[in-house]
Design a protein around this ligand. Structure first.
Ligand SMILES: NC(=O)c1ccc[n+]([C@@H]2O[C@H](COP(=O)([O-])OP(=O)(O)OC[C@H]3O[C@@H](n4cnc5c(N)ncnc54)[C@H](O)[C@@H]3O)[C@@H](O)[C@H]2O)c1
Length: 404
């Protein structure tokens, strides 16, 4: 007998909601997308055009949950809203897939965890990197003991990401809790997952805006003129090498008509936008088992890659997500072993559709939830500590974030 399709609603019908989840939910045999919830009506309409069908539209989560018999929601609203969206869905008895980060503070995570316990529903975090074939193989190599006991781990994230991090809501600490949470929560989770979840003890970090400010506009600005405020209105659009060119913008969810509703532009000038986050930085974590980890993120670079170096008592591993290659260097021999990992289809190197599939399997009782709220809280805690460390110029003990 074929199973009933799970009915999904998406909260936040932006890029992730539609491109990473909406299309996949619709494309599966075991799920259907019945509703979108977004305060912006125009954005929902344009999103439905991208989807190629029209789910029901709602402006509030309350209204959507009251009107639909939902099995699950996917939360892809800006990070700052994750807590209230998740608590409301869980209180209504709906399963939740929440894109990372779980929340922008440990306190927010605790509130979600309390609601999840009360409801008994599934809540899974969108840690899609755990489904990335390169990282899965990397974890396997570490677990097999190939490089012995791991004591040092480094991740360098190079991302030509000015247009993603400096041109919209996540450029503001107030909306995303800072990039150590918004972006780094992925990477801090990967550390913990690769290391089998040791307790993080202390965190330090340095970060700032070194390049993406008005002093570094990469062309001459003529007296009496201004750049920006958005790429599509900028008079320097033809010569700016950083122009974020949203295809057919006036027919997209990011049109002037949509902006007129909520003031949210997706293509603010990365040099002149007001920002309270960083364009580069380094964070260091020490775990209770003595392992040290460093995470570098740089959004001013021609390279797009996450690169890992992992040292163990028996050797070293180098891995690249973009090259899809892992090389193991044994400590006392020159016999390196290289693994080439085949490409997979889907966003984030094939990881996004697998994340959705694993959520559906957990709802159907076919597998265990591997990305729990406790994991989500730990990565938010490390990100929050890194943000505090940077702002207050100090080493932050993780336990201080858990004191009531
Ligand atoms: N896992 C990943 O790899 C990954 C990658 C990018 C983004 N994300 C996460 O996905 C989420 C969405 O990011 P995005 O890039 O799609 O952003 P986006 O700006 O493209 O979309 C956000 C949408 O939320 C809507 N919105 C605003 N306030 C809302 C509210 N109160 N309730 C419901 N909807 C609201 C906006 O109108 C917009 O349509 C964020 O939490 C982000 O951290 C995850």
């Amino acid at each position: 007998m074929s199973k009933r399709k799970l009915k999904f609603g998406i909260i936040g019908s932006g890029s992730r909601g539609i491109m990473a989840f909406g299309k996949s939910i619709h494309g599966r045999k075991d799920s259907e997308l019945v509703a979108l919830c977004d305060p912006n009506q125009v954005r929902m309409e344009k999103s439905a055009e991208i989807l190629g069908f029209k789910p029901n539209f709602y402006h509030s989560v309350t209204e959507m949950i009251k009107s639909e018999q939902l099995d699950a929601v996917v939360i892809t609203s800006p990070d700052f809203y994750h807590e209230e969206n998740a608590v409301e869905a869980l209180n209504a008895g709906v399963n939740v897939l929440i894109d990372k980060p779980l929340a922008t503070t440990v306190k927010g995570c605790k509130n979600i965890i309390a609601a999840a316990k009360k409801s008994g529903k599934v809540i899974m975090i969108g840690f899609n990197l755990r489904h990335h074939a390169v990282l899965k193989r990397l974890k396997q190599i570490i677990s097999d003991g190939t490089i012995g006991r791991v004591f040092l781990i480094e991740n360098r994230e190079f991302y030509d990401g000015g247009r993603t991090y400096m041109s919209r809501w996540n450029r503001l600490y107030e909306q995303c809790g800072g990039l150590w949470i918004h972006k780094g929560s992925h990477d801090f989770d990967v550390f913990q997952w690769l290391l089998d979840f040791p307790k993080p003890l202390k965190v330090s970090s340095f970060a700032g805006v070194s390049v993406l400010n008005p002093n570094n506009i990469p062309f001459e600005v003529k007296p009496g003129t201004e750049v920006g405020p958005t790429c599509h209105t900028c008079i320097y659009g033809d010569i700016c090498p950083d122009k974020y060119d949203i295809p057919d913008i006036q027919n997209s969810p990011w049109s002037d008509e949509a902006v007129a509703i909520d003031g949210y532009s997706k293509d603010l000038c990365i040099y002149t936008s007001d920002k309270t986050t960083h364009d580069n930085g380094i964070a260091i974590v020490e775990y209770e088992n003595g392992v040290r980890a460093s995470h570098l993120e740089c959004f001013v670079t021609p390279i797009n890659d996450r690169r890992y170096t992992i040292n163990g008592t028996l050797g070293q591993i180098e891995a690249s997500l973009t090259d899809r290659r892992i090389t193991v260097f044994p400590r006392w021999s020159k016999e390196t072993v290289t693994y080439e990992i085949p490409e997979e289809e889907g966003g984030h190197g094939g990881a996004d559709p697998k994340l959705l599939g694993s959520f559906i399997n957990v709802i159907n009782g076919e597998s265990q939830n591997q990305s729990t709220t406790e994991h989500g809280m730990l990565s938010t805690a490390v990100g929050q500590a890194a943000e505090l460390a940077r702002r207050e110029n100090r080493v932050v003990m993780i336990e201080e974030l858990f004191k009531d």
